[in-house]
Ligand binder design. Structure first.
Ligand SMILES: [Zn+2]
Length: 327
């Protein structure tokens, strides 16, 4: 009887338990294979209209920012000024990407930015190599890469929305309220002091032209001015200046023009100027370089030299903003 029981146990072991153990051990031994998923990249791309080739290029955001920093600010500037510029450049591209969506900016459909001053200047690394010396590439390109990488993804927001971070070369001592230069009022683009611009070559500039040239240019563009060589001295008057010093209203004969009108007419560096007439010549003494709204680049560099970091600089020139990571 015992031997029959032993045979039964042996049969059970061989037919049921052993195969089960084998299957179990095989399960452990087999490596598991995960089915492939589609690759999702969260890298942001910027569509850039290249003026020379008249094509739209898709460029990874951080690469694009490097090409803007290298083109928009001297690479010899302080580290924190370059970091502030990197964040402003990134914010500008994202602001336009959000604002214009798939259609792109109307001036260059299908692209949120172009590579010129119309948006912000961008040059590829290859272009920079042909523009600059080998020493520049060796000394400054890694510096630009570093400032962009160290600020990776950071953008400026106001009440949670990405801002339009206007910037310019030199304010001339005080920046402008956005509505005094452009049509719209932005709460973060307020007139603020810009006390550290001494190194700018354009803190003060002079343009001298003959009174006849001035009269011809004004009359060609503003037919009703009625300016003549005889009445010019009594026909010019500055009626109003903005908080930042730009001329917002100026009597020019029978016309009322802005400093910006005169700036565009004569190619002046800024709309903040004084005029002196001496004999047959007129001297326009300008302060600053550019529209004067938002961050002053020379002011940013001066602040960095005086110990301010990129966050101090950005929060000085853009009021009430926060730094956030764009995803
Ligand atoms: Zn553009």
């Amino acid at each position: 009887m015992k031997s029959v029981l032993a045979v039964i146990i042996a049969i059970v072991l061989m037919t049921i338990i052993l195969p089960m153990l084998l299957i179990f051990s095989c399960d452990i031994a087999q490596p598991s294979i995960e089915i492939k998923e589609p690759q999702v990249s969260n890298e942001v791309f910027i569509r850039v209209y290249r003026k020379n080739s008249q094509r739209v290029e898709e460029i990874a955001l951080e690469e694009y920012v490097k090409g803007v920093v290298a083109s928009e600010m001297p690479a010899s500037f302080e580290y924190d000024a370059l970091k502030a510029q990197a964040i402003a450049a990134r914010t500008k591209a994202i602001f336009q990407k959000i604002k214009y969506g798939d259609a792109g900016k109307p001036a260059h459909p299908g692209a949120e930015v172009c590579d010129g001053v119309h948006c912000q200047v961008y040059k590829s690394k290859e272009q920079l190599k042909t523009l600059h010396s080998e020493a520049w590439m060796r000394d400054f390109w890694p510096k630009i890469e570093n400032v962009v990488e160290e600020t990776k993804g950071l953008v400026l927001t106001y009440e949670g929305k990405v801002i339009d971070p206007l910037y310019h070369s030199t304010s001339g001592g005080r920046t402008e309220n956005s509505e005094d230069v452009f049509t719209s009022m932005a709460p973060y683009l307020r007139s603020v002091d810009s006390p550290y611009e001494q190194e700018s070559k354009h803190l003060e500039d002079q343009v001298v032209i003959s009174t006849n040239e001035f009269i011809t240019k004004v009359n060609n563009s503003y037919k009703k001015s009625g300016l003549t060589a005889n009445n010019i001295k009594d026909s010019l008057e500055i009626l109003q200046r903005s908080e930042g010093g730009k001329i917002t209203k100026m009597k020019v004969g029978d016309e009322v023009l802005t400093g910006r009108n005169i700036r565009e007419l004569l190619g002046l560096k800024s709309a903040n100027f004084k005029i002196t007439i001496s004999g047959d010549s007129m001297t326009f003494t300008t302060r600053g370089n550019g529209h004067g709204v938002g961050m002053s680049q020379y002011g940013a560099n001066g602040m960095a030299r005086n110990g301010y970091n990129f966050e101090d600089i950005l929060k000085h020139y853009y009021r009430g903003v926060d730094l956030e990571e764009y995803r």
